[in-house]
Structure formats: C-alpha cells, structure tokens
Design a protein around this ligand. Sequence first.
Ligand code: HEM
Length: 419
Amino acid sequence: MKLTDVTAADRAAVDLSRVDLFDAAYHAEGDPHAAWAVMREQAPLHRSELPDGRAFFNVTRYHDACRVLGSHREFTSERGSLLSQLGHDDAASGRMLVATDPPRHSELRRPLNKMFTGRGLARSEDRIRDAVRSLVAGALDGPVWDLAQQATMLPMAIAGALMDLPEPDWKDLVQWTGMAAAPQDPVFTIRNPHATLAIAHHQLFEYFATQYEARKGTDGDDAFRLLMTMRDGELTREEVVVNCYSLLLGANATTPHTVAGTVLALMERPDQLRAVRENPALIPSLVEEGLRWTSPASSFLRYAVDDVEIAGGLVPRGEAVAVWVGSANRDADVFPEPYRFDVRRSDNRHIAFGYGAHYCLGATVARLTLRLFFEEVLDRIEEFVLAGEPQHLVSNFVAGFTSLPVRAVPRRVEAVAGR
Ligand code: HEM
C-alpha cells in the first residue's frame, strides 16, 4: 500500500471492475488509495461481488462513511463488523460491544467509558510512559531495529496493565491477536488463514476463560474485573470473555501501525520532523495527522436494516456495506490537500477512531500513548533513518506494517543537556 500522493497516472491505472478490496493481498501489494480516489469521484456506492456470490457495497466518501458508521437504525453492527466475516453472522452478536447496537450497546459501554477516559486513565499515565521509554530505549541498543515489530508490545503493555494480565503472557497474546487480526499475512499464517483464525480464537477465548476463573472472588479495579462485576445487565462468563478479546484486539491491532506509519511519514519528510522539533506544542497535532494518515482500522462492516438511499444509490435491506476509513480520511471535501502529510493541519476531523456510538473506546489511551511516544522520541532521538524495505500487512481490516527496519540516530548530548 502506497501512503503518499495519488497521481493522475495512478488514477488512470485503476479499473474498478478489476479492483478487489476483499482481497487481503491487494491492501499490501496493490494501490487501494488510488482505487478509493476513483471510487470517491466516480462510484461513491460501489458494489463488489466475490466469485462465491457474496457481495457488499463500498462506501468511500467521508460524509457517507460517518452516516453508515453512526446510524445504527439504518445500518446495524449486530451481524458483525469485519469484512472478512462477510455473510457469516457474528457469534458474539448482541454480547460483544462492537457487534451490538444501542440500547444494549450503551449498557455494556457505560461502565467501561469511565475507566478508559479522564481520571480512570490518568492513573495509568506513568505506566504508559514506562512502556514508551523502554520501547524507545530499545531503538538505541543496536544498529538496525524493527520499529513495526517492536511497537507491537506497546499497546499490549498498556492494555495488559489496564486489564491486569500477567506480563509473562503478553508475548503470546500479541501473537494470537496478530493472528486474529491478519490471518492471511504470511507472518501469522499457520497452515491456512481459516485455521489461523480458528487457532487464534481458541487460544484467546481459552486464555480469557482461565483468567476469569482465576479472578473470581478477588478484588481489583481493572477493566477485566469491571466487566465481571457490572451491575446493570450482568454479563455471563462468555460475554466477559468476548469483550476482553475485543478490547485486546482493538488495542493490539491498531496503535503499533500508527506509530510505524507516522515515523515513516516523518522519515520521508524531514521538514515536518523539524517543525515539530522546533515547536513541540505541535505533538498533539502530529498525532492527529498520524492517525488520519495511517488510519490503521481500515474497514468496518455494517448491514442495511431496511432499503437505504445513500451516495446516490440504494443499498437493499440486509445487504452489507464496507466503510473504508482510510478513504474517508483522504476525502478532499473535508481535508484540503488530503495527500499532504501536514503536522500543522487544522480542523483535522479524521474518523480513524470511527464515528457515532461505536467511536473507539480506546481513543484516549491511544492518543496518550502516541503523544508520549513522540515526546520521548523527540527527547532521545535525533532522527530515524530507513534501513530496509517496509513490509505492509496483508489484511483488508488493518492497514499497517509487519516490518519497518530503521536506524535510530541518538540525540546529541549537548542538545539533551541544553533543554
Ligand atoms: C490508533 C489506535 C486505534 C484506532 C485507530 C482504533 C480504531 C477504532 C475504530 C475505527 C473503532 C470503531 C469500530 C466500529 O465502528 O465498528 C474502534 C472501536 C473500538 N476500539 Fe479502537 N482503535 C484504536 C485503539 C484502541 C485501543 C488502545 C483500545 C483498547 C484499549 C481499543 C478498543 C476498542 C473497542 C473496545 C472498540 C469497540 C467500541 C464499541 O463498539 O463501542 N481501540 N476502534
């Protein structure tokens, strides 16, 4: 996937009848940004049909994306939100946050909101900073360092602490969530994508079920126990397990790709790094631009509750609609010069965290993590230099990297001392 400009030649090379956005490999090797640009211009409601007869609509414009994600009365999440599961209703429907519509969704979400925002999170800031420091320190340890691989431990350390998961288990959990998010990527595939997903689900569900039993009758103010002791609409063990799975997948599958993709954007644009170094007050806006630019949660699915007119066409009742977040975040109607990575971008209303009731529960955690990461990088590292070919993740769900080899040039001692 190319994250830079989409030229007139790139657009001209797109033949929408041959574009296969369902194909995970297309997102790593093809040029989805060029296809999305053409869809936004020429086919804002584009229908894709798979060889086995399954079909879905693609929505690529910003305002249409917000409407599909935000309007549960028109487009339900209850049949699942992953394109890879197209046509197979989610087994956790009505029980897992992301596969539940309001009002049940609001009951499930309300108690968690407090823990993932405001004061609930302020208590975790030191832990997040420690995780960020040990990641950045690793960059300075050796000549070449794989940022994409190393960054996978960052959200795990944070979610691990928020959910009180034992540290020795984190490596396995990162592996299993990687397999669950991108079973088609050769880095994760065991035998075949189907088997990979089944193994990942089995391991994760069994893991959380065991953790559930171990926590019975114990005290703590972590997210896991919060789910176990919810007062309104008490959850069964299975419901706690699927929501722990969803929380960890949400954290692990996304944040590392924004870290890697934003660093890559800065390596390609030294002037942007310079601007932030000269004015660190730009770090929050670098984070927002990094989120817009990378849009790691790439697609979400909804199903039409009734016949719905949208984007100049009609989605018949019961049909699936894929929202392409990375496309919405490069819609020129909302983002002037959308293919310019601009740390000073104002009014950056990206939807990297989604829109509406399902707006990312971990958005505050993710923003804090990214802010602390770039603060630490600016403090310790002069620049990153690309030391190998980036490898893109093979996935139609997550846009990101499996490898980003870099060399970290340490900050000069006098620069650090003179701060
Ligand atoms: C850069 C980082 C992240 C991005 C880009 C991201 C993106 C998203 C998006 C787009 C959604 C909406 C899904 C939908 O509409 O169906 C979502 C939901 C969710 N995210 Fe994140 N996420 C990130 C980090 C996290 C973290 C750190 C956590 C947990 C600590 C998390 C947990 C969740 C959960 C539980 C949901 C479901 C919320 C609901 O259905 O109400 N995410 N995320």
